[in-house]
Write a protein that binds this ligand. Structure first.
Ligand code: FO1
Length: 322
């Protein structure tokens, strides 16, 4: 909690969400910002626990990330992967030498019996990240992508198959037994956040797994804080990643209005404000008709100033409600 007692809770996947979180971190005291992160992309690989969205957030907030790539560390070398390839090992999922250190350390902490929340909090501390970054649950949830070629674990679909197979749906294995992150449950109960922001992350594979942790979306809806959703779709294109391709394959209109409809149908009453890009202003009436308050601004975040500007815009929204 910040000195003024005002906390903000952001829900985020990896690359797209991390950009807005970085902007928010520039506008708020670190202790005011709490980020609940998707762990449906996590998987076990080479005996290591990979937590891509958590690491993207922590590397971005610590200033260590590879900004071109969006994931992994800057100034990376790839000697371990080259040696592994020579041995005929699995190299389709690339862990750089520096990133490997994170994974070896995480493996050791988890093997001691620490939870993924404890490991994440300690990793954040060691990387100098003061913003609170929470895995959505300490219980394992694994996203499966249903495709026309059969079911694929998320990273096999995303990295190994490069998102090529057409998707027919998703499931989140383990979700019905998953308990929400305890610190976030407490934040919602005891220190009512001033705002809840759903970052411009993929609705299907980044935000849905978070919202479908049992009890979570209802506790967000029933919390008095306004819920602000930032569209991940701009002018019919995903800012990053396969969201637009997935929407087209699922028969959802590839527009910000299609995103709004997805949230309104699955999570009625959850979203109060929907931030869309100025290039989509023409969709405002269609989205307002769904019962959302529409706010139009430039949502593309190329520079750090773009990130902070969009962060300020979302913070200025719903001022009178907060
Ligand atoms: N994405 C890739 O496209 N190729 C990779 O080899 C790859 C390795 C990787 C290693 C660690 C990590 O934390 C993330 C990594 N990612 C890689 C990104 C990642 O898996 C996806 O961007 C997310 O899961 C989608 O949010």
């Amino acid at each position: 909690m910040s000195a003024s007692g005002q906390a903000l809770l952001a829900l985020s996947g990896g690359v797209g969400g991390a950009k807005l979180v970085l902007g928010l971190a520039g506008e708020l005291p670190a202790e005011a910002l709490h980020v609940l992160v998707n762990t449906g992309d996590d998987f076990e690989h080479l005996g290591l626990h990979i937590s891509p969205d958590i690491d993207t957030l922590l590397y971005t907030l610590s200033g260590l990330s590879n900004r071109q790539q969006g994931w992994g560390l800057a100034d990376e070398s790839w000697n371990t992967m080259a040696s592994l390839e020579r041995l005929g090992g699995d190299t389709w999922f690339r862990l750089g030498d520096r990133d490997m250190a994170t994974h070896l350390w995480r493996r050791q902490q988890l093997s001691r019996g620490d939870t993924i929340s404890q490991v994440t909090a300690e990793l954040a501390r060691r990387l100098g990240v003061q913003v609170r970054v929470y895995p959505m649950s300490d219980d394992p949830v694994r996203t499966t992508v249903h495709t026309e070629n059969g079911d694929l674990p998320f990273q096999h679909y995303f990295v190994r198959e490069q998102c090529r197979p057409a998707v027919t749906g998703f499931s989140f294995d383990g979700i019905s037994a998953a308990r929400p992150n305890r610190d976030v449950a407490r934040l919602l109960q005891e220190h009512q956040p001033s705002r809840i922001i759903i970052c411009p992350s993929n609705p299907f594979v980044s935000v849905d797994p978070i919202l479908q942790v049992p009890g979570l979306w209802l506790s967000l809806r029933d919390n008095p804080a306004p819920v602000i959703l930032v569209s991940p779709i701009v002018a019919g294109l995903a800012i990053k990643g396969p969201a637009a391709k997935m929407m087209a394959e699922l028969g959802v209109p590839v527009t910000a209005a299609g995103v709004a409809r997805h949230y309104c149908e699955r999570y009625p009453g959850l979203v109060d404000h929907f931030v869309i890009d100025e290039s989509d202003a023409i969709l405002a009436d269609e989205i307002t008709a769904l019962g959302l308050d529409v706010a139009v601004t430039r949502t593309i975040m190329n520079s750090d100033e773009d990130k902070r500007r969009l962060a300020r815009f979302t913070l200025d929204l719903a001022q009178e409600e907060a």
